[in-house]
Design a protein. Structure first.
Length: 347
């Protein structure tokens, strides 16, 4: 049995986890996530504050994860740490600590791509959330649509050309006077809204689009965000209108995500769709995705909120795959703000 320690510090969560098992039969022995709520004061993540918070938290978080797993560092077979993408200062804390710990204990080290971790998250809870499948990764920094032939073989079909879905939620929340991070507050407010009062266009979702068009799988949410801004400015009673605006915005964004995913799943004859990333916590999105894909016999898998957010369990799970392939990172492992997902194949 293999036991892997995962470390995640790509943004504003300091997280560590221990997983044990082999192949796709992996169990989560522990997961510790320490969120930095201080960023709510600023309405967004402040990179310097995030880095300093990771510095003070990383040691106790890792120690707690090892303790909760009822094991010790002597029994750890490998350390998997997020090294890209993310805030470089935040990533460097995890990478530096992971390298030092691996060197001091003579434990193999693995550098993990954060978005590949999100691909594995649902598999920790759903044994059937394994390739082949269509994946929609949606977070504050990314919106990616992939066809996953097998673990380690990823076909990038589409991505956002500007704002990520999570960023759009946060910006709209700010326009409506809602707290940060805004996704769950917008969803909560939208439940009270009238779907007919504010209709926003569905960005890059042309009815006459055909496979091969440059925008067939891509996303763009900057125009939708601007449309919401204009609706807010035009409102004579924002307090009365904001639930309807939130509903109109969310309906537009969700329909766009669902239809693009539907296109991809049918184009590659996939019977499974996996959602990952913080926006996968949106129950309205998950329900809409299932309603749209169920008639085609497609099953939709979503991780629970704890595994949808940035967490070390998904990093350790991706680490299992990389470790069993014989991959290892050297002590020259570095942090990068942006990097392609390893294993990309031609679209």
């Amino acid at each position: 049995m293999t036991r892997i320690l995962g470390i995640e510090t790509s943004c504003d969560e300091t997280s560590a986890a221990v997983l044990s098992g082999s192949d796709d039969n992996v169990q989560q022995d522990s997961l510790v996530i320490l969120s930095q709520d201080v960023h709510r004061v600023f309405g967004g993540v402040v990179p310097e504050i995030a880095s300093r918070a990771h510095l003070t938290s990383i040691v106790p978080v890792v120690e707690r994860a090892v303790e909760e797993a009822k094991t010790s560092l002597d029994d750890i077979d490998a350390i998997a740490v997020t090294h890209t993408p993310g805030l470089v200062g935040a990533l460097l804390v995890g990478v530096s600590y992971g390298k030092a710990l691996a060197f001091s204990r003579d434990i193999p080290l693995l550098g993990i791509h954060h978005m590949e971790g999100h691909l594995f998250a649902a598999a920790l809870e759903h044994k059937d959330a394994v390739p082949p499948f269509t994946a929609l990764l949606i977070s504050g920094g990314h919106t990616l649509l992939l066809d996953v032939e097998a673990w380690g073989r990823y076909r990038l079909l589409g991505a956002t050309r500007d704002d990520a879905a999570g960023e759009a939620f946060d910006k709209v929340a700010k326009l409506l006077g809602l707290p940060y991070p805004g996704g769950r507050y917008v969803e909560q407010l939208a439940r009270e809204g009238d779907s007919h009062r504010f209709h926003f266009g569905r960005p890059m979702l042309r009815k006459n689009a055909v496979p091969g068009d440059k925008d067939y799988y891509d996303f763009s949410f900057s125009g939708l965000k601007t449309a919401v801004l204009n609706a807010v400015r035009a409102s004579r009673d924002l307090e009365s209108d904001k639930a309807d605006i939130a509903r109109g915005f969310q309906d537009s964004l969700i329909e766009t995500l669902v239809e693009k995913t539907h296109r991809a799943a049918n184009a590659f004859s996939r019977e499974r769709v996996v959602l990952g990333g913080g926006v996968a916590c949106n129950r309205t999105l998950a329900d809409a995705m299932r309603a749209r894909l169920a008639p085609d016999g497609i099953t939709v898998f979503t991780p629970t909120p704890r595994l949808a957010t940035d967490n070390a369990a998904m990093i350790a799970r991706a680490g299992f795959f990389r470790f069993e392939r014989g991959e290892r990172a050297g002590l020259d492992l570095n942090a990068y703000a942006s990097c392609p997902i390893p294993g990309l194949v031609a679209a």
